[in-house]
Structures are given as C-alpha cells and as structure tokens.
Ligand binder design. Structure first.
Ligand SMILES: Nc1ncnc2c1ncn2[C@@H]1O[C@H](COP(=O)(O)OP(=O)(O)OP(=O)(O)O)[C@@H](O)[C@H]1O
Length: 761
C-alpha cells in the first residue's frame, strides 16, 4: 500500500467514531497478519509464489538432487529441509531444541504416580502448564500473538452479538409500530453489522486452526528431539525396555494432534461463553433489577451443581480410548511390517482374530462412552435448554407483569425518543415488544452460552485425559537417566570385571517418590575381563540366549554394565543380524547412518561405493535397480543375504577401528563370508564376531566362550596357540597317511569292479 493512501486511510479512520472504528481496525490488523504470514512462512507458500512469479521452476535434476540431499546443514547449527512440492522445492529451516533447553525443561516433568487418574485437579494444571511452556516458549512468540488476536476476535464476536440482539429488538419494534423508515434503517444497519460479524467468525476459525498447527509443530519438534536423542540418552531405544512405554508412535502422531485440537477448541468454547455470560448477564441485569439478577445467579449455581454431580469421568475415559486406539494401530502396523512372514505361514486368519479383538475392545469402550453420554447429555439439555429458558421467561415476565416498563436492552434512538408510553397504548406495546425481543434473544444466547460452558466442562475433563497421555510420554522420556560414557581416545577395548544383564525397568513409582526397581535382573555374563588391542580379532561364541548380543549392546553403549568398567574408542560399529534398511536411495543404504551431505563431505565418490559393493559381491545392484538414486522399499527388495552383505558394505564404507559383527553374515554363503572377513582385516578393521559358526574361528586371534549353564562364566582362549597348532599338525599327519592309502583303495575298487564285470569307460 502506498504511503499517501496509508495516511489518507489514517485520517479517515480518525474521523470515524471510536465504536465503529474497532471492527475496521480489527479487519486491517488481521489482513496485515495474513499478509505477513505469506511473506514470513519459511518456504512453503512464499517460495512457490516467488518462483512462480519469476517463472523459474527447478529442473527435474534439481528436484532429484533435493530428494537425495534431504537437508542442508546451516552455519548456525540448524538444518534446512528440502521438500519437493509439486514442481518446486520448498526450504524449511528447522532449529533443533538445544540440549540445555531439554535438560532444563526436564525439571517440569516429574513422573506421575502409578495410581494417577486424570481429573480436574492441581496435578492437571501442573501437567498442562509444563506442556504449554513448550508450545508457548515466550510471551513474545508468534503463538502468544495469535492467541491474543484470537481472544480479541472471540470477545469482539460477543460484543457484536449483543449489538445484533439489540438491533433485532429495534427492528421488531419498528415493525410493530409500523415505522417504515425506522424499519428500513434498522435493516440497513443489520446488513452492515453482518460484515464484521461474519468476518469475525471466519477469523476465529482460521486463528484457532493456525494456532493449533503452530503448537503441534512446536510440540512435535520438541518430542522428536527428545525421543530421537543420541548418546548419552538413546531414548528411542530405551523408552520401551527401561521406560515401560509401548506404542510411542500413537503418542507422537495421533495423541499430540488430539491434545491440541481439544485444547484450541476448548479455548474458544471457554472464552466465548464466559464472555457471553458476563456481557449478557450485565445487559439483562439492567432490566431485571437486583432481585432478578440474584435469581439468575441462583439459577447458574443450581444448574452447575446438578451437572457436576452427573458428569462421568470423561478424562479417564478419553485416556483409555487413546490407549486402545494405540493398541489397534500397533496391530495394523505389525501386519504391514511383517506381511511376508505372516503370508508364508498363511497367518491372515490368525492376525484377523488379533486385530478384530483389538478393534472390538476399542469399539466397546467408545460405545460405552456414547451410552454414558446419552444420560449426561439428556440431563444437560434438559437443564440448559428448558430449565434455563423457563427461568428466563419467568425473569422477563417480572417487570412486564408488574407493569414496569423499564427500558431493556437497546435504548430507543434519539429520533424515537418522543415515543414514550404516554404517547399511547401502541407505543407501550411496541416498547414492551422491543424489550421482550431483546431480552428473549439475550436469554436464548445466555442459555446457549451456558450449554457451551457445560460442554466445555466435559471437554475440559477429556482434555485432562489427553494431557495425561502426552505428559506421560514426555515425563517417561525425560526420566531416562544418562548412559555412562564409555568412550576414550585409546585404540583398545577394555572390560574389567564387567557384569552384563538386561537393564531393569528404570523407575517405578510408589507414592510419588522415585524408586529404583528393587529386583535387578540377574547378570547374563559375570565378571568379564578382557583387553582387545587393534589387530586382535575376537570371536564370541556360546549357545543361544547366553548373552552374546548382550555383550554387543554393552560395547555399543545401549545397555549400561551392571558392574565393572568398560572403555572403548569412539569408532566402534555394531552390525546386527537383522540388517536395517533406511528409507531412501540405494546410495543411502551403503552410507547409513551418514546422510548425503556427510557423504559428499567425506570426499568419497560413486566409484568408491562401487568398489565397496564389489567387495561384498553386490556390484550388480546399481545397474539392476536403475542407479544409485533409485528409491525403493529396500527391506522388501533385497534378499536376506543381500541385506546382510549391505550391512558389511557399511562397515567397509565407514572403516571403523572396531566392528562388532553380531551373526551378521549368517545368511551369506561361506565363500563370500570368508572373503568379506579377509577384506575387513585388510582394511585394518579389528573384528569382534559373535557367531556359532566354528568356520569363522580362523579369522580371529581370541575366542571368548560363554558358558551355557546359567552361571554367566566365560573363558577366553587364544586361537592359534602351540597346543592348537599341534592339534592341527596331528590332523594333517592323519590326513596325509590316509591320502597315502588312496592308491591301494583304488586298486581294490578296480578288482571288485572286475569281479562284478563292471566296465569302466
Ligand atoms: N529386552 C529384553 N528383555 C528381556 N530379556 C531380554 C531382553 N533382551 C535379551 N533378553 C534375554 O537375555 C538373554 C540373552 O540375550 P542375547 O540376545 O544376548 O542372547 P544371544 O546369546 O545373543 O542368543 P542368540 O545366539 O540366540 O542370538 C536371552 O535369554 C534373552 O531372552
């Protein structure tokens, strides 16, 4: 807008009366906000508009590059996500929650008592305020600004409703008194008032959803940063085992959204009727007098008491519903994830039973909520719609029936002022009609506001259930203590008197006090002491379930040792038996957990990657799958052995000092397995192999055997000791002497064939 036209607009605004200025100012402010949102929104709308305006569209290669890159690391530590959208690439800057902010907010999330039930208590307010501090990090943040604007429009709507009620009365009065001019004027005003009223309504809806979305983004980012924390917390790994929380996906996706929807709807449902109640009561009290107003308040008190008494525990019901929803979702997710295994067993029918059971439990619960609601809503409707209306009729009738004609609602306009009761019975009727219509409308609005408030009470209870769900997730994630730091700058792995066992459920709560679980799981491996220098390859063996992988978990830092001291260099890569395939391109599979920008930074090229694939006998993949950037569901595309080879390809890409190979070549043919082991050793990688295959022993210098008798004992022997070599020598002599006899066996065979008349061709 040009500056001259702005100042002209300012002058015009000044000429308007303060009352008529308010809606116009609100309109202008909101237009400015919408405009600034278009400009400031990081990427999404603006990039598209700007690029469309310039007629500049990214080439398909740019989009492919963006798909591969995913994000760009910025100098300030933030990341800029590249999101291909239609024919454009949108850039969205994401600032991670600083670890210090996570650490300081953890004090606001003490664990709830195990006996906690959601309700409107102080605990609910504490939980809500802890969560809201994440959604509204400061008073000056954009969310706070939207909230203020939203509240302003909510109040403006109520002010406009009062105006509409008054105008309504005035129009009917003019109609009854056959005042055509006044009637037409009233109608004109009616249409004028409709403009800010309808605009206010749409702004309220818009601001409510945009506030909800913004809060969701903040909460989701915070939860992601917390959940996907790297060492020393690894919360995504430990939240189930040590935190005892199942189905985190339901919490992070559906529950956050449900919580915020409930919160933002509730805010509107609470502010509007509360303001309505105050303003309408004020308007009405002028016509009802002190005793009428007192009766009105008595009416509020009685109805609120009745409804409180009949309100079921909606909070608890909502919490249970979310949990059952999560169980059902997890069931459906499991079938999708394990589809092939289920199909091999033809287990569809069995899975159907399991899913149907989960769904039936959910539906039964929802149905029972519906049934409980019938009785509650019946009482609510009866009280609010009929009891309140009847009380309203009674209250309006008092001044009318007692012959009082005190002016209600709208004061007659100056032009209509001479029309007083003394001018004749018609005017008296007209005035009473005006008063009645205004008051009636106010009373109906009052009953509506009361109904909404009562609904808000029920919504508030439901919000308490959703708050408890979200709070439980955040407090459980926060409660996981740091894992001990086991890394140092040396080139060797040392374990001294280490006990390895399944970590206990981290905290259980009794009477709001933290207590470490009393029953620590007995160690699987006891008093393990070993020292592994670079170049000393260790093989760990033992029967199933003795704790071989448990040792790998301790070495990786996933489980804290139950006793003793573990020290290892930073560069230890653990390759599990079940190879994990990341969402992304073929190239992403090899470089995982590196991202594309890290790969570029490392200076490696596609030629290097090809050499790696050749060393694991997967060189045919890029050509077969359509290139390095092909994106597929690799978990389904690659065979079990191919996936395991890909796991080894990662080892060759990262070249760590130590690689823990946890039966990660069990599905690979022996010849290829051997060549991969040799290759790893030639790259200078020290191997720690967990395997039951004796054929792998020859690639190692030490053998750690775990006893299968439950004692947790271990024995460490050197592979290739003098005794072992003597054993091998004995075997060689034995075989050689047998080979010496081969000639005599062949002669005997020919003799036998001759006797049987079998001719050798
Ligand atoms: N999260 C867990 N919760 C409870 N028990 C566990 C957990 N993880 C492992 N265990 C138990 O710890 C024991 C050792 O497990 P581990 O995976 O180390 O066995 P393993 O020696 O590697 O066996 P395998 O040769 O079959 O792979 C097993 O009895 C297993 O059931």
């Amino acid at each position: 807008m040009a500056p001259e036209s702005m100042s002209e607009l300012g002058k015009r605004l000044q000429r308007l009366s303060p009352k008529s200025r308010t809606p116009i100012l609100a309109l202008l402010v909101s237009i400015l906000i919408l405009r600034s949102r278009l400009i400031d929104a990081p990427g999404l709308v603006y990039t598209r508009l700007r690029e469309a305006a310039k007629g500049k569209r990214p080439a398909p290669e740019d989009i492919e590059e963006a798909l591969q890159k995913v994000y760009i690391d910025e100098a300030d530590g933030s990341k800029t996500l590249l999101v291909p959208y239609g024919k454009n690439v949108n850039k969205i800057n994401i600032k991670p929650t600083p670890p210090s902010a996570l650490a300081s907010s953890s004090k606001s999330f003490p664990l709830l008592s195990s006996s906690h039930k959601p309700s409107l208590s102080r605990s609910f307010l504490r939980q809500l305020s802890s969560i809201l501090r994440i959604a509204f990090p400061s008073l000056t943040c954009r969310e706070s600004f939207i909230l203020v604007l939203h509240s302003f429009f909510l109040i403006l709507r109520t002010v406009l409703s009062v105006g509409v009620a008054k105008l309504d009365g005035r129009i009917v009065k003019d109609l009854v008194s056959a005042n055509g001019k006044g009637f037409l004027k009233g109608l004109g005003l009616w249409f004028l008032l409709a403009i800010p009223s309808t605009y206010t309504n749409s702004m309220i809806r818009h601001l409510q959803s945009s506030l909800s979305l913004r809060m969701r983004t903040r909460l989701t980012r915070y939860t992601h940063d917390l959940y996907l924390s790297s060492f020393p917390h690894l919360r995504y790994y430990r939240v189930g085992l040590e935190g005892g929380l199942e189905g985190v996906d339901q919490y992070i996706t559906a529950d956050i959204a449900a919580f915020l929807d409930s919160l933002s709807t509730l805010y509107g449902n609470l502010i509007k009727p509360s303001t309505d109640l105050v303003l309408f009561t004020l308007s009405l009290s002028r016509s009802l007098g002190p005793s009428g107003t007192a009766l009105l308040f008595l009416n509020y008190y009685v109805t609120a008491s009745i409804l409180r008494a009949v309100t079921p525990a909606f909070g608890r019901l909502a919490e249970v519903e979310r949990r059952l929803e999560g169980e059902f979702r997890a069931g459906v997710g499991r079938v999708g994830r394990e589809a092939e295994e289920i199909a091999f067993y033809d287990g569809g029918k069995r899975e159907l039973d399991i899913l149907w059971r989960a769904y039936t439990r959910l539906i039964k619960h929802v149905n029972s909520i519906f049934k409980i609601r019938i009785a509650y809503e019946w009482t609510e409707d009866y009280v609010i719609k009929y009891l309140w209306s009847a009380a309203g009729y009674g209250l309006i009738s008092i001044p009318v029936l007692m012959g009082k004609t005190r002016s209600l609602g709208v004061q007659a306009s100056p032009s209509s002022k001479p029309n007083t009761d003394s001018d004749g019975p018609d005017n008296a009727v007209a005035n009473r009609t005006e008063n009645y219509i205004s008051s009636r409308r106010l009373l109906l609005s009052l009953a509506d506001a009361g109904g909404r408030l009562m609904y808000a009470y029920k919504d508030l209870l439901e919000l308490s259930g959703l708050t408890t769900r979200l709070y439980t997730l955040l407090s459980t994630l926060h409660s996981l203590p740091r894992l001990p730091d086991i890394t140092n700058a040396s080139d060797e792995i040392t374990l001294e008197h280490v006990d390895v066992g399944v970590p206990p459920l981290n905290f259980v709560l009794a009477d709001d006090e933290y207590e470490v679980q009393a029953t620590i799981n007995p160690p699987l491996v006891r008093d393990l002491t070993l020292r592994l220098r670079k170049g000393e390859h260790l093989m760990i063996t033992g029967s199933n379930g003795v704790g071989k992988t448990a040792i790998a978990r301790v070495l990786a830092g996933l489980w804290a040792p139950q006793g003793g001291v573990v020290q290892r260099p930073d560069e230890v890569l653990v390759v599990p038996q079940r190879a994990y395939m990341v969402a992304g391109s073929l190239l992403d599979q090899i470089i995982y957990p590196h991202s594309y920008p890290q790969y570029v930074k490392s200076g490696k090229t596609e030629k290097d990657l090809m050499e790696i694939l050749e060393s694991v006998h997967l060189a045919y993949l890029p050509a077969r799958e359509g290139g390095w950037r092909t994106r597929k569901e690799w978990r389904d595309v690659l065979s079990g052995g191919e996936k395991q080879r890909m796991g080894m390809a990662r080892v060759f890409y990262h070249k760590p000092k130590f690689a823990v190979l946890d039966e990660c070549t069990s599905a690979v043919s022996s010849d290829v397995e051997g060549r991969m082991y040799e290759h790893a050793k030639s790259l200078g990688i020290t191997l720690i192999t967990i395997s039951l295959r004796p054929s792998l022993t020859r690639y190692h210098t030490q053998l750690l055997s775990l006893s299968g008798d439950g004692s947790g004992r271990t024995s460490l022997t050197r592979v290739g000791t003098a005794e072992e070599r003597m054993g091998i020598d004995r075997e060689i002599i034995n075989l050689e002497s047998k080979l010496g006899e081969v000639e005599s066996w062949r002669q005997r065979l020919e003799e036998l064939n001759g006797q049987l008349g079998i001719q050798k061709h």
